[in-house]
Design a protein around this ligand. Structure first.
Ligand SMILES: Nc1ncnc2c1ncn2[C@@H]1O[C@H](COP(=O)(O)OP(=O)(O)O)[C@@H](O)[C@H]1O
Ligand SMILES: [Mg+2]
Length: 455
């Protein structure tokens, strides 16, 4: 493989500045900050790589099967999983080139060069500084509505119904109306767009980063699209958001919408200021994976290890460790009581850089245990011992989070009592198949019984 070069830029300081350079070879990926960037005091490309400590020394990531590039760069590439909408649009765009890149790393790299900008967080990747400058210069001009309201939705709907390879014409049309939109990780099909900043949403969308069209203010959102096999997931996710909000957690604003038979949930981006500027954000996965090759997936660490890693972050950034740990434990308690077995390292993340990192608001709280194939109790495992009630053991994990066992049981009890009417609300939710409701109600009922054994 020939060496590959890219540049990193960011708008985190208000205007675009160059951060540094990336060199990727078959064996390693090196990221080096520019001297001027180190002096700027702006946050680096990952919490694990603080410019103040590294200076202009390269951070070297040894290429692995899972992370041929630094994990923080890898999450900017839409995963190559069946049905990933953005991946298919990009594949189609690349296939149209006179010399399409070879499958495998070549394609991953080219997708990163197309998609690695204006995504989640503050990091932008370009093939060259000239590309970066041109892109920023034309940003304002690109603020426009996405291809007629019903048009884009009809395309999306057609596309979501597909399971095999994307039909070429659709991909081309989608690429045309959406352009190479920035990418997001996760399993659900989703797009990053801006929507009018109103109480109700009529389905109007503009390119991400659009702050105003005519007199209408826009806000950046992530739109999650309900896929076949997951009917009702947007309704259940919306319910879970409501419950977290009522319990006093910080949650983003949400809008539900149904169009052309498609159910979607728009969630306001917490990694953008009201002026559309990026706020540093990083999921726990890439922070931890950047620090240890042992971490390659969202469930590689046990619960007490996650707590230990959070404590270690205090040497990299200003973070109120106890506050972060308490927040995670409380979220876990609510996840257990609402049937969300999916609270893993990519569903937790930190906002802010070395000068002040804090847990990002709650996101992706969908009670996935309503689906048999996602019915696991905890995505972050504990070393379970069959002889003791599971909730006694979960409460013991509280020790790693700075809680006594009694205090941890208190948190679990709080989540239990605060979700007393949850099953009723699931039962009353509209747009959720009976099968999912019944399963979720059963699963949650069982968790409550198990918790009772420990109380
Ligand atoms: N409100 C938000 N603001 C900014 N980033 C978000 C927001 N919600 C989700 N994300 C980012 O998008 C990723 C995918 O979203 P998520 O809701 O977790 O989808 P999935 O159900 O596919 O896992 C998250 O891991 C996170 O990085
Ligand atoms: Mg997720």
């Amino acid at each position: 493989m020939t060496d590959r070069f890219a540049v990193l830029w960011t708008r985190a300081g208000g205007k675009p500045v160059k951060m540094g350079n990336v060199v990727a070879t078959e064996r390693e990926c090196r990221v080096t900050y520019d001297q001027a960037f180190v002096r700027s005091g702006l946050p680096g490309f990952s919490l694990i790589a603080p410019p103040a400590k590294l200076g202009t020394n390269a951070i070297i990531h040894r290429a692995t099967e899972r992370f041929p590039l630094h994990p923080r760069l890898m999450v900017m590439i839409p995963p190559n999983t069946a049905g990933n909408l953005q991946r298919r649009v990009y594949a189609e765009l690349l296939a149209k080139r006179p010399v399409p890149p070879a499958p495998g790393f070549d394609s991953e790299w080219e997708i990163l060069m197309l998609a690695g900008r204006n995504g989640i967080g503050h990091l932008d990747v370009f093939p060259s500084d000239l590309d970066a400058q041109t892109w920023y210069d034309t940003m304002e001009r690109r603020a426009h509505l996405l291809g007629g309201r019903s048009g884009v939705w009809r395309l999306l709907q057609d596309e979501i119904q597909q399971t095999g390879d994307m039909d070429e014409a659709t991909a081309r049309e989608l690429a045309e109306v959406m352009g190479p939109t920035p990418t997001v990780g996760g399993m659900t099909s989703k797009i990053l767009v801006a929507i009018p900043d109103h109480l109700e949403w009529d389905g109007t969308m503009a390119l991400p980063g659009t702050s105003e069209i005519g007199r209408t203010r826009f806000t950046d959102v992530i739109v999650k699209i309900e896929q076949p096999g997951y009917e009702g997931v947007t309704a259940l996710e919306a319910l879970a958001y409501d419950i977290h909000e009522e319990l006093g957690f910080q949650v983003p604003r949400r809008w539900r919408h149904s169009v052309e038979g498609l159910n979607v949930l728009a969630v306001e981006r917490f990694d953008r200021t009201s002026k559309g500027l990026p706020i540093t954000y990083e999921g726990l996965l890439t922070i931890f994976a950047g620090g240890s090759t042992r971490v390659t997936s969202t469930s590689d660490l046990e619960l007490h290890e996650v707590a230990a890693w959070i404590r270690r972050l205090a040497s990299l950034c200003a973070i109120d460790v106890n506050e972060a740990l308490m927040e995670i434990f409380r979220r876990l308690a609510v996840a257990l009581m609402t049937g969300n077995g999916d609270l893993h390292l990519e569903n937790l993340g930190l906002l802010g850089g070395f000068d002040g990192a804090r847990m990002a608001p709650v996101f992706d709280p969908a009670p996935m245990r309503a689906w048999q194939r996602h019915n696991i109790q905890m995505a972050i495992p504990i070393d379970f011992n069959r002889d003791k009630p599971i909730y006694t053991q979960i409460a013991r994990q509280g020790l790693a989070f700075g809680l006594t066992e009694t205090a941890a049981l208190g948190v679990l009890r709080w989540a239990h009592d605060a979700t007393l009417n949850y099953r009723e609300r699931v039962g009353a939710a509209t747009g959720v198949p009976d099968g999912q409701k019944e399963r979720l109600i059963r699963v949650v009922g069982r968790e409550r019984e198990l918790l009772q054994l420990a109380l």
